[in-house]
Design a protein around this ligand. Structure first.
Ligand code: DAH
Length: 356
């Protein structure tokens, strides 16, 4: 028994991993282990012999079991120490920089415009960029052979051969959203509709895709004076200073009377400054919504009237942020985007003065 004890205690102390320990456990105290076999021999002993050998064997079994358990936890502790030594990381290191994108000036300006008009009770409406010619033209009092259709440089979609329906168009302005919104909401209504529009035109001041924001306010006694006030409020909030407007008589098929609106500006060394000086810059078309347009949208023109306007978003973005070339808006040049883009944390609000 003493030999057995010395052999296993030494082997357990020398074991270097859990598998070796398990093997020793099986050899010593497993069902057919050496100590277990000895215990079976107890049956063949005399009672006197058994009285001595029984407790001694039990004690040996206990000693081996506790040596095994002790060694097992010592091995686990050593393994944990080794992991802690190799798997550390320095949580005080500065984190890796992440490249942050920027908000495109058009998106920023659209948000600014929406915030200003929201404050005056306008909600935002949207419509499809691929339109029927009814919404884009007819409902806006632009019949088939009206010269305005030709002037718009419209992109038409292709119809399959034999399909004689009029083709869809890429909307040439945001005005069709007036019709869709009046149809859906009826009157009274106060909305703006920002979005992309398309015309087959390309030079320094024209791109085939650009952005407009439409405005529409219909109620029982809305007048041209309301239009002027709303636009002056808008431009003053947008440019952050008082901006005078000039209304010039004009013609649009969907308004009567119609006016083009200029804002006050000055030219110094080839750069334009809004809200000062005595030059004028055209920024939008507007007027009182034509009775035929109201009727096309199922609103009774004898009961309701109101104004509409359409502003070029790209144009006012260029003016506010000193962007010289329209085409750069849509070039996706990263250097340009980083220079003129806005931080995503820079949310335009009226109380924050929008953006500077
Ligand atoms: N739809 C016109 C355009 O794209 C702009 C416009 C003019 C919109 C007068 C209006 C308006 O709502 O009343 O040139």
């Amino acid at each position: 028994m003493q030999d057995l004890r010395d052999k296993y205690i030494a082997a357990i102390a020398a074991a270097t991993d859990e598998n070796a320990l398990e093997e020793l456990r099986v050899q010593a105290v497993g069902k057919k282990g050496e100590v277990s076999l000895k215990m079976r021999e107890l049956g063949k002993m005399t009672p006197e012999e058994r009285q001595v050998a029984g407790p001694a064997l039990n004690a040996l079994k206990d000693e081996i079991n506790s040596a095994l358990a002790g060694k097992k936890s010592a091995l686990a502790d050593a393994a944990l120490d080794e992991r802690l030594r190799t798997e550390w990381l320095d949580v005080t290191l500065p984190s890796r920089g992440r490249p942050a994108g920027t908000i495109h000036p058009i998106s920023q300006v659209t948000e600014e415009v929406s915030a200003i008009f929201a404050d005056m009770g306008f909600s935002v409406a949207e419509g499809p960029q691929i339109e029927t010619d009814w919404y884009n033209f007819d409902a806006l009092n632009i019949p088939s052979h009206h010269p305005a259709r030709a002037e718009m440089d419209t992109f038409y979609t292709h119809r399959a051969e034999g399909d004689n329906r009029p083709p869809h168009v890429l909307r040439t302005h945001t005005s069709p959203v007036q019709i869709r919104s009046m149809e859906a909401q009826g009157a009274p209504i106060r909305i703006i509709c920002p979005g992309r529009v398309y015309r087959a035109d390309y030079d320094q001041t024209h791109t085939p895709m650009f952005n407009q924001v439409e405005g529409l306010a219909i109620d029982r006694d809305i007048s041209m004076a309301n239009l002027k006030w709303v636009l002056e409020q808008f431009f003053s909030a947008f440019f952050g200073k008082d901006v005078k407007t000039r209304f010039r008589a004009s013609h649009f098929p969907f308004t009567e009377p119609s006016a083009e609106v200029d804002i006050q500006c000055s030219w110094q060394d080839g750069t334009v400054k809004v809200g000062e000086g005595d030059d004028w810059l055209e920024v939008l078309g507007s007027g009182m919504v034509h009775p035929k347009v109201l009727a096309a949208a199922n609103i009774d023109p004898n009961e309701y009237q109101g104004f509409a306007f359409g502003i070029g978003i790209d144009r006012i973005a260029m003016l506010k942020y000193g962007i010289p070339d329209l085409r750069a808006f849509f070039d996706s040049d990263l250097r340009w985007l980083r220079h003129y883009g806005f931080s995503s944390l820079d949310q335009p609000t009226l109380h924050g003065g929008l953006s500077r």
